[in-house]
Design a binder for this molecule. Structure first.
Ligand SMILES: Cc1ncc(C[n+]2csc(CCOP(=O)(O)OP(=O)(O)O)c2C)c(N)n1
Length: 264
């Protein structure tokens, strides 16, 4: 199946999940649908979710876990029944990425700023243990306001962790405002480079560009890589795109119908 089809399926699953549970973070999840599709259906080397040598993927912006669970379901790692329990009392898949749900989730995240530090630790341990797997971490742009992100970035650059890849979902929106107005990140690529990383900026909805960038890491030997992916929050559903209210709003039945129609 083509990556485009996978990404669309991930988006459709996200809409179904948040509608059913009357929950959200739908905009944040749609923003990364192309990124997770390119990861799970092209870049990540994972024979099984238990294999020691599997590449690790950590969703640092854990509130967008509907996209992660949808990709894992699309990859056959979790069942439709489990997906139906998303964000519902008694369900197996909580509203923030949770390790204990045993679905191929590598870390519990949702308190922003922790995924990259965890990923850096895993990458360091892989090097010490002479393991060949890579560790990928996906961060939000608002999340980059957290000091712990930069502490981990400084550490990884200094340790020359070229088995570590960060992806920043640069959708220019956070929970209550525009990233530029809350705390301007620019010049973002230069900041990562100053911390010893090799940076590349791409359109985060261009699956060819994602595929090519994710499959050409490390960009420089001896440096961690960062992909700054320019995206749109709510991407794929016209009335959600770039709209702050869809950070935490659940589609009503008519909005669900319209969204799914657009994602045919
Ligand atoms: C430490 C911490 N502070 C605050 C929050 C509440 N919160 C959840 S999502 C979010 C906005 C994140 O923005 P961004 O990283 O840009 O991700 P997006 O939703 O745009 O994809 C905030 C502040 C949190 N989860 N963790």
């Amino acid at each position: 199946m083509e990556l485009e089809e996978r990404a669309k399926n991930v988006r459709r699953r996200i809409i179904e999940m948040v509608s059913k549970s009357k929950s959200s973070h739908v905009g944040a999840a749609l923003s990364i649908a192309d990124i997770v599709a390119a990861l799970y259906f092209s870049a990540l080397r994972r024979t099984t979710v238990q294999a020691q040598e599997r590449d690790r993927f950590i969703l640092s912006k854990g509130h967008a876990c509907a996209a992660l669970y949808a990709a894992l379901a699309e990859a056959g790692c979790i069942s439709q029944e489990e997906l139906d329990g998303f964000y519902i009392d008694g369900g197996k898949l909580p509203g923030h990425a949770t390790l204990s749900c045993g679905a191929g989730v590598e870390a519990s995240t949702g308190s922003l700023g922790h995924g990259l530090p965890i990923a850096a630790g895993i990458a360091l341990s892989a090097r010490i243990d002479k393991k060949g797997f890579r560790t990928f971490a996906l961060l939000g742009d608002g999340e980059c306001d957290e000091g712990s992100v930069w502490e981990a970035a400084m550490f990884a650059g200094n340790a020359k962790l070229d088995n570590l890849i960060a992806i920043v979902d640069y959708n220019k929106l956070q929970a209550f405002g525009y990233t530029k107005e809350v705390l301007d990140l620019e010049p973002l690529a230069k900041k990562w480079e100053a911390f010893g990383w090799a940076a590349r900026e791409i359109d985060g909805h261009d699956l060819k560009a994602l595929d090519s960038a994710l499959n050409s890491v490390p960009f420089e030997k001896g440096k961690p890589s960062v992909i700054i992916a320019h995206t749109t929050k709510g991407k794929g559903v016209s009335f959600m795109e770039g709209r702050i209210e869809w950070h935490y709003k659940s589609p009503d039945p008519e909005q669900r119908r319209r969204a799914l129609e657009e994602l045919q």
